[in-house]
Design a protein around this ligand. Structure first.
Ligand code: IFM
Length: 400
């Protein structure tokens, strides 16, 4: 596959997802709005960042930060309020978003499904309608947004399966590992069907999955804990990649390591962070783990796109250090041969962090929840410094 000729050689972007930023999402409801109505989250998503209305200004701000790309997601319930009936006003909205991306020099990377599902899909991904309806939606949107070259079919299928069907913190709130494996398989089937349908629309599209990848480390240096780390890696990281079928690139969502033992494998919620400093999600910071994952995936001879990486913190020095250190980690992976074509910081805006509500602040830009005023955070300077360094014609970086 050829990289789109006029796309930036390295995509440096920010990422968001529809339900987390759009607001009033969606008027037609989704499994997540029902979950919030049932009181299962710390707070409701409500108006979020009203990105649905404010996207033109938000995109201009992303560009001012130095981004040359933007990853956002479609909201299935808005687009297909009833099975087989597409809402042309919603389709037109996404066309406008893509046009605004182009106007601001942002290469769009569109995710078809980022966790939320339409309420009519009873049984969610386990519904017999899920795979055909999803593939039809994906090809409909590939046609409607025909200037978009880069697509993620599904965001983090392993996380949806874990949080919804093992940990029970997300809809449908189950604790059934066997169902989790079925849900994971169904999403990968949906990816394959969507991949085929989208490629029929346009064989030049780049289509992949945004995989959540965790650097599993043994809790103690014992054979049992090492085996647990190996097994967690196989199941969570390697299995979905190996069984997804065709992918033109591997999308990598990387945040943190996890320290595991046999006990944590049975109870994933027990998986520990490190004794060192953690983020406001309680996650530890491990840029070496990022390098290790990118180098390992690089051996698969496929282009890699870091579709998410970022930190929840109110300490802007910590955010800047995180971006700086993960940039260096990515560059080490490139030097070791990994073909990394882009990096998307999560997130462009402070947003709705699912069951955690609005408490964790991942954004480069703060959003005042009362006034919707935007403020660029000090930590964003590390992102802009990166953008300055990769600008065409920029002088080469000083030796490290
Ligand atoms: O906010 C989420 C996103 O929706 C998927 N990847 C991880 C992010 C931070 O938890």
């Amino acid at each position: 596959m050829r990289w789109p000729a006029d796309a930036p050689a390295f995509l440096l972007g920010v990422a968001t997802s529809g339900h987390q930023v759009d607001g009033d999402c969606p008027p037609t409801h989704s499994d997540w709005t029902d979950w919030e109505d049932a009181g299962r989250t710390r707070e409701r998503s409500g108006a979020a960042a009203r990105h649905w209305q404010h996207f033109p200004d938000d995109l201009a701000r992303f560009r001012q930060l130095g981004a040359n790309a933007y990853r956002f997601s479609l909201e299935w319930s808005r687009l297909e309020p009833d099975p087989g009936r597409y809402d042309e006003a919603a389709v037109a909205h996404y066309r406008e978003m893509v046009a605004a991306c182009r106007q601001h020099g942002l290469e769009p990377l569109v995710t078809v499904s980022h966790f939320t599902l339409p309420p009519w899909l009873r049984g969610g991904w386990l519904s017999p309608a899920a795979v055909p309806r999803f593939a039809a939606l994906a090809s409909h949107m590939a046609r409607a947004l025909d200037s978009v070259r880069l697509w993620c079919t599904i965001n983090e299928p392993n996380v949806l399966a874990l949080m919804g069907y093992v940990e029970g913190q997300w809809p449908p709130g189950q604790h059934r590992p066997a169902s989790a494996m079925r849900v994971l398989s169904a999403q990968l089937r949906a990816h394959r069907a969507a991949y085929r349908a989208m490629k029929q629309e346009n064989p030049a599209l780049w289509v992949g999955i945004a995989h959540s990848l965790v650097h599993f480390r043994p809790l103690r240096p014992t054979p049992g804990d090492r085996a647990a780390a190996w097994a967690a890696d196989r199941l969570f990281n390697a299995w979905p990649i190996a069984h997804a079928g065709p992918q033109d690139f591997l999308g990598v969502n990387y945040y943190a390591p996890r320290w595991v033992s046999p006990a944590t494998l049975m109870h994933p919620a027990l998986a520990g962070s490190s004794p060192g400093p953690t983020t406001d999600m309680g996650w530890s910071v491990d840029p070496e783990g990022f390098t290790a994952i990118l180098v390992r995936l690089g051996h698969r001879q496929k282009p890699l796109l870091v579709t998410e990486n970022g930190i929840a913190t109110d300490d802007e020095a910590q955010r800047a250090a995180y971006i700086h250190d993960h940039r260096a980690a990515l560059e080490r992976a490139q030097a070791a041969g990994a073909d990394v074509r882009g990096y998307f910081y999560w997130s462009g805006l402070d947003n709705f962090e699912w069951a955690e509500g609005y408490r964790p602040h991942f954004g480069l830009i703060a959003v005042d929840r009362d006034t919707q005023a935007r403020t660029v955070k000090a930590g964003a300077a590390a992102f802009t410094a990166w953008a300055d360094a990769i600008r065409p014609g920029a002088p080469p970086p000083p030796p490290r």
